[in-house]
Ligand binder design. Structure first.
Ligand code: ZN
Length: 144
């Protein structure tokens, strides 16, 4: 039976594999694991809603959910939240906010890259247009 599961896992379509490896998906999965481990810890210790939670509190419960280190691929920092409060990422926001937040961040990053792209465009124009025109002009002057 485990073999069937492994075959199904590795045989899944490329488009699904690609979506699973998207930074936002990795981050959402991390937040789900944090939330599950946190709630397990709260249930085991009979903690009431709103009880403050630190990483070391639920560390032991995280192990059974942890497939890889819980690090946001975009460098976001996790806020675990109190008992019954959703965890959040400083880059992606909460699980619910993550898709919209990702689009917003990607737009901001594209805008931030604009000056560098503009500088590259200017260099390309100089090399492809201005330089040949100068060479042609100088050759024309020499031949007079
Ligand atoms: Zn994140």
């Amino acid at each position: 039976m485990a073999t069937c599961g492994i075959l199904a896992y590795y045989g899944r379509p490329t488009i699904i594999k690609r979506a699973e490896s998207l930074p936002v998906t990795v981050c959402i999965n991390n937040m789900r694991k944090i939330d599950a481990a946190k709630e397990d810890w709260a249930a085991a210790g009979g903690k009431t809603n709103g009880t403050p939670v630190t990483a070391s509190d639920f560390e032991g419960y995280l192990d059974k959910y942890r497939a890889r280190p819980l690090v946001c691929p975009k460098g976001g920092v996790y806020r675990y939240g109190d008992v019954r409060e959703e965890p959040s990422c400083s880059y992606h926001g909460t699980i619910a906010e993550a898709p919209a937040m990702t689009r917003k961040r990607e737009k901001e990053e594209a805008i931030a890259r604009m000056p560098a792209l503009l500088a590259e465009l200017i260099v390309i124009v100089l090399v492809l247009v201005v330089a040949p025109v100068l060479v042609i002009t100088m050759k024309a002057k020499h031949s007079q």
